[in-house]
Design a protein around this ligand. Structure first.
Ligand SMILES: *[C@@H]1O[C@H](CO)[C@@H](O)[C@H](O)[C@H]1NC(C)=O
Ligand SMILES: *[C@@H]1O[C@H](CO)[C@@H](O)[C@H](O)[C@H]1NC(C)=O
Length: 369
């Protein structure tokens, strides 16, 4: 009897010790977890204040959002044979989600369809993920993602400029104080992208109507006899082409002017043309100067900006088709034309081209293009 009692007592004692151990372990774990939560909240607080969200139009470049599209990886980009579109603005960002507009989707889809052997990148400078809520924008993005030669990726500005000639310009935030913050950032990014990877840069307000393999490696297009435009450009990632785009990037970094709209885009490539031709480029339109080809306006800008409305006028269909028959793409001057909504039953030239060259995009339009 005595023995049994002792045994029970012993067992109770062991259970007690076991319980105390469990209690201490739990307490310890609790403290550890709470500390981690606390430290993380301080960290978040600090970084939130350090990178406070700026009030300018490109605020989204400064958001520290963890969920993004796959990031651009320098070593994964197919050099020299890729086509790049850049979404620099923050219109493409809404509460952690990326968006696309129908005309942008059309540009990317048309480029991919006409160039099955090239990889077409749409790089977002805004963070955010793709999330399918069945909106028009979501359907358009899904349509693009279904193409094996289209890649949608996130371009983290801070990382993208690191170690490049424009890093100082970027960290100085001079660009963000520019009067033309969006066009100027877009100017810098296009040259910098070609500086890194070579290949072809194209504006998002186009529809690509031809295969681009026959283009010279180093080129841009004249808009008229005064300007070479920067809406479509190509450079090689090595050799002389890289030297040319390198001189453009240094030109930008050293002479950046936040007060003049065209200073950092068209003027940079116009100056390059004049320099390489050793004369006014206008006498060399359709020719090459030191392996830099200057395409005539018909190639990319067949309808000049001051007649942009022709793309939106039914009566101009035949005229627009004729003028653009030798073009590689049509450029619709978004800066002037973005507000001209096209109902999907219309037959204006722009939508007519869209039906032919970006059918997937047109299929998902709800009311307007
Ligand atoms: C794409 O590449 C394939 C295989 O190299 C070739 O047969 C085809 O003609 C190319 N297409 C275009 C449009 O260049
Ligand atoms: C459309 O084009 C026709 C023919 O060029 C022209 O007469 C008409 O004024 C244009 N319409 C608009 C709204 O610009």
């Amino acid at each position: 009897m005595q023995f049994k009692k002792n045994n029970v007592y012993l067992r109770n004692k062991q259970t007690m010790i076991f319980r105390i151990k469990i209690l201490f372990c739990s307490l310890f774990l609790f403290i550890v977890v709470q500390s981690i939560i606390y430290i993380r909240s301080i960290d978040f607080f600090k970084s939130y204040h350090k990178y406070f969200v700026p009030k300018h139009d490109l605020y989204c470049h400064f958001l520290s959002v963890y969920d993004t599209l796959p990031s651009v990886k320098d070593d994964k980009i197919v050099k020299d044979t890729s086509i790049f579109f850049l979404e620099t603005s923050c219109n493409s960002y809404n509460r952690g989600k990326i968006l696309i507009r129908s005309r942008q989707a059309c540009a990317v889809e048309s480029a991919a369809r006409m160039n099955p052997n090239k990889t077409v990148y749409l790089l977002y400078a805004s963070p955010g993920m793709f999330r399918d809520d069945h909106t028009q924008s979501d359907e358009l993005i899904k349509n693009l993602m279904a193409y094996s030669n289209i890649k949608l990726q996130y371009l983290n500005m801070k990382k993208f400029v690191q170690g490049t000639p424009v890093e100082k310009l970027w960290t100085s935030e001079k660009i963000y104080r520019s009067k033309y913050i969006l066009p100027h950032m877009s100017d810098i990014l296009r040259y910098l992208t070609l500086w890194k990877y070579g290949g072809i840069y194209i504006d998002l307000d186009v529809i690509v109507t031809k295969n681009l393999d026959s283009l010279e490696q180093n080129f841009a297009g004249a808009e008229d006899s005064n300007y070479i435009a920067s809406g479509v450009m190509g450079f090689s990632s090595k050799g002389i082409g890289h030297q040319y785009v390198n001189s453009c990037v240094y030109d930008l970094a050293e002479n950046f002017d936040g007060d003049a709209w065209s200073a950092n885009g068209p003027l940079v490539v116009t100056n390059l043309g004049n320099r390489l031709c050793n004369a006014d480029f206008k006498d060399f339109i359709g020719q090459s100067c030191q392996d830099f080809h200057i395409y005539p306006p018909e190639a990319f800008y067949a309808i000049p900006f001051h007649t942009w409305e022709q793309f939106f006028n039914n009566s101009e269909l035949a005229n627009v088709k004729e003028k653009t028959q030798d073009s590689y793409l049509i450029h619709v001057w978004n800066k002037l034309s973005y507000h001209a909504k096209i109902p999907i039953e219309d037959d204006v030239p722009y939508l007519d081209f869209a039906r032919k060259y970006c059918p997937g995009t047109v299929r998902h339009l709800k009311r307007y293009f």
